[in-house]
Design a protein around this ligand. Structure first.
Ligand code: ATP
Ligand code: MG
Length: 425
């Protein structure tokens, strides 16, 4: 049997990894700029946690979780998302009681979905969660942060879709109203939607099926059953975004797949990735902490999909920091080995990504390796250089005469060259 990675589980090779790093660096920098601190959470949690937070009627819990029973007969699941764990950890460690928290996390999530471009069974998210702030300021803050990340990455053309689900009371009232309406039109719905009328009627609103969409077009609208308070909250969020010059569109059918959202929900979408157009999604979930056994704690957050963002960076050919070595040190002769290693350490300490040749080979073979490594410069150390405490510096990319330099001169020369690297982040 030939061993291969499992369906939907991918290897991220170095070129793609460089794009990932760019995204994660930009996201982390933005999160820290907004005062968010990192939290690491387990990849595996009690299955019950996701049933009680994401919701049993959602696709994620009903169909997509990797759930199993371990040797101690504990029911557990690979986490399908990060918010539930974050809330669980916040309650468990007393981070949420009478205080504010701004947290960020990143890492793999697992959902048993049908794999396709931009949709995998192991995928990666960067997410933020803010607790203890019920006012629109915090909704605006997390959306502004996501916009700042796109700016930092140079990503253009993303659309911000915004909606409100109102308070839990508005949401419940609306859900019943919508269910009544859908029951009246049950025969015109597709099979999936028909099932959801009873289990999760809000999800019918974001169906992609043309028959269902036709019915939904005439459905009662959430906006019409908002309380004055919920309406004011939403209007303040919209005004805040306007004030920051962040463009948005109102999508009254945006409901999000998870049960726990209230008030503001949003998605950043692109038309560049086919059906997998959502790159970031989030919103307010004021009821979740209490639902999981904590107190009444307001919360808002988002999660972005690293794979989809990496695809966008690739398509737009946006620059990423080069992770290839900058210098390749060629050497020959057992006498030269200690000096080659020492010089290598000095170059690295000076911040130069440096490969010291290993595996022997003629200088010609070593130059070939140097070229393939992506380095711009080769340094050459042979018995003559060793004797005179010098190195040969050779450009691998430009026709320039080879030069004989002391190690200090070589360091100064290479340091100056690297200092003008335009996209080093
Ligand atoms: P979709 O509608 O595309 O299924 P979702 O609503 O299930 O997305 P969320 O649970 O909100 O997604 O997760 C936030 C983000 O994580 C998504 O916007 C997307 O960028 C990314 N994401 C979700 N599921 C996957 C997946 N299976 N593969 C890759 N990225 C994913
Ligand atoms: Mg999904």
């Amino acid at each position: 049997m030939r061993l291969q990675s499992l369906r939907g589980f991918r290897d991220i090779l170095p070129d793609e990894a460089a794009r990932w790093q760019r995204i994660l660096d930009a996201a982390r920098a933005a999160a820290e700029a907004y005062g968010y601190r990192q939290i690491h959470l387990p990849l595996v949690e009690a299955t019950e946690l996701f049933k009680r937070s994401v919701g049993e009627a959602t696709d994620i819990v009903a169909k997509e979780m990797f759930s199993f029973r371990d040797r101690d007969k504990t029911d557990m699941s690979l986490r399908p998302e990060g918010t539930a764990s974050c809330v669980r950890a916040g309650i468990e460690h007393g981070l949420l009681h009478n205080q504010q928290q701004r947290l960020w996390y990143s890492g793999p999530m697992f959902r048993h979905e049908r794999p396709q471009a931009g949709r995998y069974r192991q995928f990666h998210q960067f997410g933020v969660e803010a607790f203890g702030m019920a006012d629109p300021a915090c909704d605006i803050e997390v959306i502004a942060m996501s916009a700042a990340i796109w700016r930092a990455l140079g990503l253009e053309g993303l659309t911000l879709e915004l909606n409100t689900l109102g308070s839990p009371e508005c949401r419940t009232r609306y859900r019943e109203q919508l269910r009544d309406f859908l029951r009246e039109h049950i025969d015109a719905l597709d099979a999936d939607a028909r099932e959801r009328v009873e289990t999760n009627p809000l999800r019918v609103l974001d169906s992609k099926h043309p028959d269902t969409r036709a019915v939904v077009a005439d459905a009662p609208r959430m906006a019409d059953s908002l309380s004055a308070e919920a309406r004011a909250h939403f209007e303040a969020v919209c005004a805040g975004l306007d004030g920051l010059g962040i463009a948005w569109t109102h999508n009254s059918n945006l409901v999000r797949g998870l049960d726990y959202y209230t008030h503001t929900v949003f998605e950043w979408t692109t038309d560049q990735l086919g059906a997998q157009g959502t790159v970031c999604a989030g919103g307010r979930y004021d009821g979740l902490v209490e639902q999981l056994g904590g107190g009444e704690v307001a919360a808002v957050g988002f999660a972005m999909g690293i794979e989809r963002l990496a695809l966008l960076l690739e398509q737009a050919e946006l620059p990423v920091a080069d992770s290839a070595p900058q210098v390749y040190l060629c050497w020959q002769g057992d006498d030269c080995l200690p000096a080659a290693q020492r010089i290598g350490e000095r170059l690295r300490a000076a911040g130069l990504r440096t490969v010291v040749n290993a595996g022997g080979g003629s200088f010609k073979a070593q130059f070939k390796r140097a070229d393939r490594s992506g380095a711009d410069w080769a340094l050459v150390l042979g018995p003559d250089e060793l004797a005179s405490d010098t190195l040969q510096l050779k450009s691998l990319r430009q026709r320039e005469p080879q030069r004989t330099l002391t190690v200090d001169e070589a360091l100064a020369q290479l340091g100056a060259d690297v200092a003008i690297d335009p996209i080093a982040v």
